[in-house]
Design a protein around this ligand. Structure first.
Ligand code: SOE
Length: 393
């Protein structure tokens, strides 16, 4: 067996997504057999020297930096993994591309289409592999849906409807963290959660032709965070300063697909009782399917043919060895979880790097990140102007 390629990883950020990515780098060498390459946790960068050194020790990185430029300058870093806030996606990825680093950037790629376009141009010019961490493409049930659609099992696609509902900022006293600050995030629920369902629409049923959208901000001011790291559900220290919220709490869009299908997209972080409730339903001329992230091992199918006495929705438990990704894990019925999607996603990127394979169409590239950003821009334009907006190509 050829010696496995080692790929030095330089990570920017060590919070929620950093943790999910590190778990994937450390798991895949022994769970994905054979592993596509061996990731080497070379360096991690973060602004707080003490916190990033602690993260380096906890996660197993060889070095810790307080400036992302040190990651870009480090010759031992071959893959720059950017899990920072949205306003720290462009500069490091563009510099990383110029330094010949392969790129993994958390979603959304950027705060708007113009910024995403600059990142795509830099990555394309540098001829490096580039991926946006739209990890839900790597849920076994979602990949199974992708394969069923491409095999024609659903027939002509008539409708795509998707939602992404959370409730972690329902408390008006939850502080205005970076995801609630336009300068840092670009938008609110739209870029954070809407980007996922926009990408899934493109991945599963093709390009969007137009959108007619609404956005709302229900909680118009919040306390500024007093601690540097604000755990979810935390309440700001009483009496702290307050600031206006300048991003959407929710969006809803009526969409038209290029193939003629219609549908709806919706996302909010104020849906009380919904924790990570992303789901979609696709109606075709021959069959329908539906998926719920909170039941991510299941895919529901309804076939139009068949005898009346047996017609009905079928709940497929997507844990057979023949199902996408499952052979890497456990016997049928031993369900997997949210974190496994990052193992599949990062293994796909490492394979593309080590064996010079394409990230697309199964993985999302910076081109996909750019197209999602353009669609999010169109949703904001439609909501602002109160009219249907064509999606630019
Ligand atoms: C928002 O809370 C969030 O962390 C998103 O940013 C992630 O992309 C999503 O997978 C989980 O929820």
């Amino acid at each position: 067996m050829d010696a496995l390629t080692e790929i030095g990883v330089g990570m920017l950020g060590y919070a929620f997504m950093g943790k999910a990515h590190v778990n994937a780098y450390r798991t895949l060498p022994y769970m994905i057999q054979p592993p596509p390459a061996l990731p080497r946790l070379e360096a991690i960068a973060g602004r707080d020297a003490v916190a990033v050194r602690e993260a380096a020790e906890r996660y197993g990185f060889r070095k810790s930096y307080t400036d992302w430029r040190q990651l870009v300058a480090d010759p031992a870093v071959a893959l720059l993994d950017n899990g920072g806030p949205n306003d720290v996606h462009a500069a490091p990825c563009i510099a990383g591309a110029k330094a010949g680093k392969h790129l993994l950037c958390e979603k959304p790629l950027a705060r708007d289409g113009a910024e995403a376009k600059q990142m795509l141009a830099a990555a394309s010019r540098a001829h490096v592999k580039h991926m946006v961490a739209f990890n839900y493409r790597f849920v076994p049930a979602v990949r199974q849906a992708y394969e069923l659609i491409r095999a024609g099992e659903l027939g002509e696609i008539r409708h795509f409807r998707a939602h992404y509902l959370q409730d972690w900022i329902t408390d008006p006293e939850f502080p205005r963290v970076w995801r609630l600050d336009r300068k840092a995030a670009g938008s609110g629920a739209l870029g954070d959660l809407g980007a996922h369902v926009v990408d899934l629409a493109r991945f599963l049923v093709g390009e969007l032709k137009s959108v007619a959208a609404l956005t709302r901000t229900f909680i118009k001011e919040r306390p500024l965070p007093t601690a540097s790291k604000v755990p979810r559900g935390a309440r700001a220290a009483a009496g702290g300063k307050r600031a206006p919220v300048d991003v959407d709490d929710t969006f809803a869009a009526a969409i038209e697909l290029e193939g003629g299908a219609t549908g709806t997209l919706e996302a909010t972080r104020l849906a009380l009782g919904r924790k990570n409730h992303m789901g979609f339903e696709i109606n075709g001329s021959r069959a329908s399917l539906s998926f719920d992230l909170e039941r991510l091992n299941e895919l529901n199918l309804y076939r139009g043919d068949g005898r009346p006495e047996t017609k009905g929705w079928t709940e497929v438990l997507v844990t057979e060895p023949e199902h996408p990704f499952i052979k890497n894990w456990w016997p049928p019925g031993h369900v997997i979880g949210w974190e496994h999607t990052f193992v599949h996603e990062i293994a796909h990127l490492l394979d593309a790097i080590a064996n010079d394979r394409d990230v697309a169409p199964l993985g999302a590239t910076f081109e996909d990140g750019y197209r999602a950003a353009v669609i999010c821009d169109a949703i904001l334009e439609s909501a602002r102007e109160g009219r249907r907006v064509e999606v630019g190509r």
